[in-house]
Design a binder for this molecule. Structure first.
Ligand SMILES: [Zn+2]
Length: 343
């Protein structure tokens, strides 16, 4: 077994077995949230499918002609299509160009692979062009479509592909891997990072590398910015898409709790029950906000926690929206009033 990441062994086996049984077909849709290694999975599989001397452990050899070209980034039987930077979408021209690519015979008699990543940013014209190519599959052609947001892809395209969901990740496997990638980070912290990033190991690792390990600090800045009218609830919610609603509600409640304590007499530098300092930002908010508004937010956040359980009726994204719009309602009117009275 040789999946690129330890949490991908099952889907890797599925795809490899289909190929060995010559049931691979011509289009696969690899889906799942961001940060779980879908792209790496697709690239590894493309290399394996093109390799001239694949290993028995279902891995590319890494040194045949084909692998050398692949690793150098110029294999003639592989075309990678990514969004044009300025447009942030894949255009119809990019898809049409694939016809020319597929019209040429395979250089090494193996597959001819088009890897689209991510495929959920196709323009409408591009989606139709993809559909046309999927309806008339080229000889030896293989489409590998990587999708973060399956729902953004037209149903007609989805239905023409075999699907492989990559987002079923064992938290323990993810944790163990993350431990091998980091130093001086406790298991508790790693677990928290994984939860915050919906068990997406690569997203958690990237956040830590970028120094965004301190999610709390980031969240608190957002809360202050929303209260000050610098950031809209919609923007704040978007920035928190990867945070589990239950965790988000807890963190926001903890912050509001500190604001409430500050309002009732704790001096800056004092520590509340959680051990976090009451800093100047908390002090400012405490002065701005009204008790009634704080209570309203607390009620809304507790309601979200009730809804966020395993039998949740709401979508995660909706719960995050509710949290931020509640915070905006609770925190802004007082801010505006204060600004007006200052004049
Ligand atoms: Zn090889």
């Amino acid at each position: 077994m040789s999946a690129p990441f330890p949490w991908q062994t099952v889907p890797w086996e599925v795809l490899c077995r289909m190929r060995e049984q010559e049931r691979l077909g011509h289009a696969w849709l690899l889906s799942g949230r961001a940060g779980i290694g879908k792209s790496t999975f697709a690239h590894h599989f493309a290399q394996l499918a093109l390799c001239e001397e694949p290993l028995a452990i279902r891995a590319a050899c890494g040194h045949c002609r084909s692998c050398s070209l692949f690793l150098a980034g110029n294999h003639p039987d592989l075309r990678i299509v990514r969004p044009i930077e300025e447009a942030n979408s894949i255009s119809i021209d990019q898809i049409r160009a694939l016809s020319g690519f597929f019209a040429l015979k395979s250089h090494y008699g193996k597959a001819k692979i088009a890897l689209l990543e991510p495929v959920d940013v196709l323009t409408r014209g591009a989606a139709n062009a993809v559909l046309k190519q999927l309806e008339e599959p080229p000889e030896l052609g293989l489409f590998l479509l990587v999708a973060n947001h399956l729902e953004r892809l037209p149903a007609t395209v989805r239905s023409r592909c075999q699907r492989l969901a990559l987002d079923n990740i064992d938290p323990e496997v993810a944790l163990h891997w993350l431990e091998t990638q980091t130093r001086d980070v406790t298991q508790v912290e790693l677990r928290a990072m994984l939860r915050l990033h919906r068990q997406a190991p690569l997203a958690a690792l990237e956040a830590m590398k970028e120094g965004k390990g301190d999610v709390l600090d980031l969240l608190e800045s957002q809360m202050v910015n929303v209260a000050a009218g610098r950031v809209h609830a919609v923007q704040a919610a978007e920035a928190c898409r990867d945070i589990v609603p239950l965790e988000l509600a807890d963190m926001m409640l903890n912050y509001v709790h500190r604001v409430a304590l500050a309002r009732y007499g704790l001096e800056p530098g004092n520590h509340d029950a959680t051990g976090d300092p009451i800093d100047a930002r908390v002090e400012n908010l405490a002065r701005q906000l009204q008790t009634g508004a704080l209570c309203q937010f607390i009620e809304a956040a507790i309601e979200v926690k009730n809804q966020a359980g395993p039998t949740a009726n709401f979508r995660q994204a909706d719960l995050i929206d509710i949290l931020w719009s509640s915070w905006m309602r609770a925190s802004r009117p007082a801010t505006r009033r204060q600004q007006v009275s200052k004049r």
